[in-house]
Write a protein that binds this ligand. Structure first.
Ligand SMILES: [Zn+2]
Length: 355
């Protein structure tokens, strides 16, 4: 074969090989509590800039290790969404260091990364990186959704990977990979098909024994690759309808204010209800969580009382409350009209929980 013919044949072959590559689209949702090399909860909260900067680098390294595996496993599209909520309005990921095979999900309005991206045919698989165990599991930073909440459906207290599993299961998309601490691995006995990588061993909700980060990254790459190669063995999760749902509050959250309200099913800091399906159960639990989060204000009050000017701050608070009341009753103050969403969100970009 002469040189030109050889080049033509090679071009033809690579074009053919490219055309034959099946599109394989993967969503990577990241959290930030289950990262390799992370041993301090301040590394996943943006109000501690130095420690948070370390956490962002650890997050980027974990996500890139998983992306490398997904690419090796045949992924043709990889989108990344922020499932954390560090308090930083920007993505927690260092986007300039994100593997070029992936791009960050970007929307013009706020969205819930667990449920609002779910649609048929958009993704073939979901990978979850940096996840944490559920409340009561003794994992590092163990919680579901936010501090002190247990989200129950169908008789089970759900971890965040399970919520994602049931959410994506509605359109027959499986969760194929999860990374997090050794306690989350125990929580996920409900998902025996997943490739799971242990990033560290939790010794309490705020302490861990770390594992060698390079070794963990190598496992992440290998497991993510294997997960995608075994996609046909992965199982979409199905929640039977109707759904018995309940929110159980544990400190610092509190639902005791719902006790003895007629028509409300309440017992032991738990409010329960029946919902027609997973989506409405999850939406109802989110609303109840806002009520249970009122328990956080008792901690705020403890903090204020400890301040040297605590009594004066509390006096100003009471004065502001009374002034708001009498001004409204006198017609001197009206609640500001809600800002329309298109004005509120103009020029802003949303990447998941980072807003
Ligand atoms: Zn989380």
């Amino acid at each position: 074969m002469n040189h030109l013919l050889a080049v033509a044949a090679l071009l033809c072959f690579t074009t053919l090989a490219h055309a034959q590559q099946r599109p394989l689209k993967v969503l990577v949702l990241h959290d930030m509590e289950g990262l390799a090399g992370e041993d301090d909860w301040r590394e996943f909260i943006s109000s501690y800039p130095d420690l948070y900067a370390k956490g962002r680098q650890l997050l980027t390294d974990d996500v890139n290790a998983v992306i490398a595996g997904l690419v090796a496993g045949g992924a043709t599209t990889i989108d990344v969404v922020d499932g954390h909520g560090s308090g930083n309005p920007q993505p927690d990921l260092l986007l300039d260091k994100l593997d070029r095979h992936a791009k960050m999900v970007e929307r013009d309005k706020p969205f819930d990364p667990y449920v609002d991206l779910v649609a048929p045919g958009v993704y073939d698989a979901v990978a979850l990186v940096g996840m944490h165990a559920k409340p009561g599991s003794k994992g590092f930073a163990s919680h579901t959704a936010t501090l002190g909440m247990e989200l129950w459906m169908d008789g089970m207290s759900l971890s965040e990977p399970e919520i994602n599993g049931y959410s994506w299961g509605r359109v027959n998309v499986p969760v194929i990979f999860v990374s997090g601490d050794d306690h989350l691995k125990e929580d996920l006995k409900t998902m025996p098909w997943i490739e799971y990588v242990v990033t560290k061993h939790a010794t309490s909700a705020s302490t861990v024994d770390l594992l060698p980060v390079d070794q963990v990254h190598a496992q992440m790459t290998e497991s993510a690759k294997r997960a995608l190669q075994n996609l046909s063995r992965m199982q979409p999760m199905k929640m039977a309808a109707p759904v018995q749902a309940a929110l159980h509050a544990r400190p610092p959250a509190n639902l005791a204010f719902m006790d003895s309200v007629p028509g409300i099913s309440y017992a032991d800091n738990t409010v329960s209800f029946t919902a027609p399906d997973f989506g409405s159960a999850y939406a109802g639990l989110k609303k109840l969580m806002r009520g249970a989060a009122n328990g956080y204000t008792s901690v705020l009050m403890e903090v204020i009382r400890k301040q040297p000017n605590g009594p004066e701050l509390l006096r100003q608070y009471r004065e502001a409350l009374f002034t708001r009341w009498v001004d409204f009753e006198s017609g001197r103050w009206l609640p500001p009209p809600p800002v329309p969403a298109e004005i509120q969100n103009a020029g802003r970009k949303f990447h998941g929980d980072s807003e």
